[in-house]
Structure formats: structure tokens, C-alpha cells
Design a protein around this ligand. Structure first.
Ligand code: URA
Length: 364
């Protein structure tokens, strides 16, 4: 019996996941929901009180709650609320980390389930990723995942069958397996364009942001919301346009718990151009709206072109009209209210020009 209880305390230490409440929400700063098989909350709670220092937290179980205010531990009746759904940036970062450190070559599902029994999974955010990661491993990653890192060690030869050998930066068959530059290493996934393939208007942004990287969709975060407002004001339904980015992987650097956007280098824009060109060829839009300078450089194949030089003008790329305008994130970052409004108006005007150009076009 002692062993069983001891093991359950250990599991609670290992598998309990705190979520951080939004800034300004007050105490407790962290909350967690856990369903232990035995009544081990008091023992496990004292461990967290020691570990979390002055940070306040609350752990809720179906039987009781434990709360720490940074000084005192208090136990109370169960909370009626159950698990809370909190959008926690730290948790998103943890999922990205978990995904990128999951080693398919070492995967042994039996051992994994022995160490991390499935009954804990439903309250562990990373467990949602496991089925997909296992299926990738089964689909081949298990054989090849470590070849690059092991092969890079001095004096180590990695044997692979000739038919599986592939030069490191060769053209990838699908966007998801693109290794043309290194951005894939730290991104959750590649984010392709979205929209009807016969769309007359194509919007091209820079690269997926934090939320786009997690969702796998372009322009779903704050910049996307601003873009939606501008599209509505210009009388364009978002579902009628094709929305994509010049670069398909999120480039970022850590800042505390946050992943901060980093502008892609010209090398990365060039490496990704093949995907954008494929999208343009497939969609064959009448008008391309470039949002910001990365998109402009990529669409016009002109690394030196600047937004300042072409803002408010209309360019051409073969038979296609190109409307350069500001990036929604640039508008969001503009601190001066009047300038922000004027940049937003420019964006709406550019979209209106695109709409008019698409209507006037007499291609079939
Ligand atoms: N910024 C972009 O350029 N693209 C997105 O998809 C999101 C933010």
C-alpha cells in the first residue's frame, strides 16, 4: 500500500501541469487540475509549495483543492468548476518544445505508457500531440530521425539504404518536409496558403506568427484580425481571397516565455520562393496584394525594393497586377494613433484597388 501511494505522489509531481492565468487576473497565478487515484493531494501539494517559491497557485482535484499564496498552504473543498480552459502562452511554448524534442528513433510505446500511464493523459496538454507523433514515427521518422545529428558527429558513419539517400537541401516533395533552409527546425509546422484555388485576389504576408505556427493557418492571430477588419471595410469576403505568406515557417527568438517574431533573412525568403511561386502558378490570380516588404521583395523577385519607394503605387508582374501595402503587424505596432489610422486607411484603399482591379479584369 505504501508503495502504491508513494508512486501516486511521484506521478502527481511528474504529471501535474500548471496553467498560468492571464496577466492582471490576480491570484492564484497558476492553476492546475489533477485526478489522482488516491488521496495524495496534501503530500504532493507541499512539494509544489517548496518548488514554486512565492508564486501563488491552486491545485484542484475532484475531492479537494490546495492553495498556496506564496507563504501558506491551505486546503479546501472541491471546486465546482473542474478543469479550466486557459490560453497559456507558456503551455503553447511547452507543446512546441515537446514536439521538437520528441525522438521517434527512441520511441517505445510500451515503455512510454508504463512510465506515463494513459490515464493521466487527458489532463496533460502534450499528450494531445502523442498520437500524431507516434503515427509519424510509424510512417518512417523512426528510421531516419537521428541520422542527421548522429551523422554530424566526428567519425560516425550512418548507414542508410541507397534508395533512401537524399542530399540535405534537395527539393522537398511536400511543403511539410521542406528543408531548404533551417527555419523548419524551430517551427511547429509549415503553414501553407489557404483559400479558393480560383481566387482572383491573392494576399501575401511575411511569415506565420506565433498563433499561425500553432494553428497551421495563415493570418489567424492579431494581424489576421486587423486584416479581416480591413477586408470587411474594403467589401471583400475573406473566403473569396487566397491568403498566404512569402515564408512558410515561423522564425522566432525566445524572450522570456514568449516567442518573438524575427524578420526572415533574404536567404530564407529565396529558399521559400519555390512554394510561393507554386501557389501563384496554381491560383493564377489577377491581383496580388503584398503585405509588407518581405512579401513585396519575394513577389517582385526584387531584394532591394522598399515599401517607401512603392507605397500607394500599382506594380505589374507579367499579366498580374501587384498592389503593395503595409503589413498589418506594422500597423498594429505603430504607436502614434493618427499614423496608425492613416496606415490602416492605406491598407483598406489598397484592398479596394485590388477588388476593383479584379472586377475590371477581362481575362476569361
Ligand atoms: N504575419 C504574417 O505575415 N503572416 C501571418 O500569417 C501572420 C502574421
Amino acid at each position: 500500500m505504501l508503495k502504491t501511494i508513494g508512486r501516486e505522489i511521484h506521478k502527481m509531481h511528474a504529471f501535474l501541469r500548471f496553467r498560468e492565468r492571464p496577466e492582471g487576473a490576480g491570484d492564484p497565478r497558476f492553476v492546475a487540475w489533477f485526478e489522482p487515484a488516491h488521496d495524495v493531494l496534501p503530500q504532493a501539494a507541499s512539494h509544489f509549495a517548496r518548488r514554486m517559491g512565492y508564486a501563488s497557485w491552486l491545485i484542484a482535484t475532484p475531492e479537494a483543492t490546495a492553495a498556496w499564496d506564496g507563504k501558506r498552504l491551505q486546503f479546501g473543498p472541491p471546486s465546482a468548476q473542474g478543469p479550466l480552459d486557459i490560453d497559456d502562452a507558456g503551455e503553447r511554448l511547452w507543446l512546441t518544445y515537446y514536439r521538437s524534442t520528441f525522438n521517434p528513433a527512441r520511441l517505445n510505446t510500451q515503455v512510454m505508457e508504463l512510465n506515463m500511464p494513459v490515464r493521466y493523459w487527458k489532463n496533460m496538454p502534450e499528450a494531445r500531440l502523442i498520437p500524431e507523433l507516434i503515427s509519424h514515427a510509424a510512417a518512417g521518422a523512426q528510421r531516419t530521425a537521428q541520422t542527421e545529428t548522429v551523422g554530424a558527429r566526428r567519425g560516425v558513419a550512418v548507414q542508410i539504404r541507397a534508395e533512401e539517400a537524399q542530399p540535405q537541401r534537395a527539393a522537398a516533395h511536400a511543403l511539410e518536409s521542406c528543408r531548404r533552409c533551417n527555419l523548419w527546425c524551430h517551427a511547429t509546422q509549415a503553414v501553407p496558403g489557404v483559400g479558393p484555388k480560383q481566387a482572383r485576389i491573392m494576399l501575401v504576408g511575411e511569415q506565420p506568427g506565433d498563433q499561425e505556427d500553432l494553428a497551421g493557418l495563415p493570418f489567424v492571430g492579431p494581424a489576421g484580425q486587423l486584416l479581416d477588419r480591413a477586408l470587411a471595410q474594403a467589401g471583400i469576403g475573406r473566403e473569396t481571397v487566397y491568403v498566404t505568406n512569402a515564408v512558410k515557417h515561423f522564425k522566432w527568438e525566445p524572450r522570456g516565455k514568449r516567442r518573438l517574431h524575427k524578420t526572415p533573412a533574404q536567404l530564407e525568403i529565396d529558399a521559400c520562393m519555390t512554394w510561393l511561386e507554386q501557389e501563384i502558378a496554381e491560383c493564377d490570380p489577377v491581383v496580388i496584394v503584398t503585405l509588407g516588404s518581405t512579401a513585396l521583395k519575394s513577389v517582385m523577385h526584387a531584394p532591394r525594393i522598399t515599401m517607401q519607394a512603392v507605397a500607394g503605387t500599382i506594380l505589374r508582374r507579367g499579366s498580374c497586377m501587384v498592389v503593395p501595402t503595409w503589413h498589418p503587424s506594422f500597423i498594429l505596432r505603430t504607436a502614434d494613433r493618427a499614423r496608425q489610422q492613416s496606415a490602416f486607411d492605406d491598407l483598406v484603399e489598397a484592398l479596394q484597388n485590388a477588388r476593383d482591379g479584379a472586377i475590371q479584369d477581362d481575362r476569361s
